[in-house]
Design a protein around this ligand. Sequence first.
Ligand code: ADP
Length: 312
Amino acid sequence: MAVTVLGSIHIDLYIKVDRLPEIGETIVGSGFTILPGGKGANQAVGCGRLGEETYMIGRIGMEFSDLILRNFRDNKVITDSIIIDEHYPTGVAFIILHEKTKENMIIIDPGAGKRISNLDIDRADNEIDSSKIVLLQLEIPLEANLYMCKKAKFKGKTVILNPAPARILPEDMFHYIDIITPNRVETYQLTGVAVKDLSTAKEAGERLIQKGVNTVIITLGSYGSVLVTASGALYYPAFSVEVIDTTGAGDAFNAGLAVALSRGMDIEEALVWANAAAALKLTKLGAQTGLPYLDELLDFLKKHSKYKGKTI
Ligand code: ADP
């Protein structure tokens, strides 16, 4: 089948510094780099690289539009439902990165992404119809996400929400979500439960199920992830890999999950794909440039054929 991703498409403008500036100060940086980013785009590229037919719905401005569209096509993402807005700029993230401490300061302007409308989503009806999975994040207006959740659910699609960055959600939205994939910070924001260990992760998952979600997957960084459904909870430890760059681990995780489910796997097997895709991403630099390809993932899975979830 296929995956439709609705979400943000940004350009990341990186600059390296050897110290962060004070207010009002001008300092000289180096290594200025322009890279495609945005959580929606990252997850769509993640799905495309894993070989699944992938449709991206979103809005960009004129700036960098050639670069963005070419990058999607290079990664096998179908761009027919990306609208180029003539009045608003492409969303950007200014990322100031401290070379030694790896601390950063990030400022995002979602630009045209703030104007994604219900009509934009309606125009992509055919793409949604031919998809099995609809994948969402929270870098675009909540109204558009809620509209997509309702539409996708009505059409019988599996709705995955990666609730990042952390935001409060309207209570009725939970009823239209099949799978939610918060990290620790987002879990706290959504449930008020501080996840400290497996039992608090399970407790937070149960709260989200009470709110109306079918399946909860809480990601725990280097600790792995926890799957909670009405029938119980499973713990998937993180794969042990040489970590080069942790940015985009969550995006790779969601792409792996969406593709596995789109290919017809059950949720337990899909969790193996998700954790493996995230682990492979960590071994490479860049939130998007480091996303794994299908052959890398299949190789990795062959080496870890005994990996599975453990009952909590
Ligand atoms: P986010 O990037 O959204 O904050 P997490 O930090 O929870 O999400 O990471 C998502 C997934 O990436 C984890 O569930 C795990 O599978 C994998 N992961 C993250 N950090 C590591 C690590 N240090 N080693 C192995 N896997 C990791």
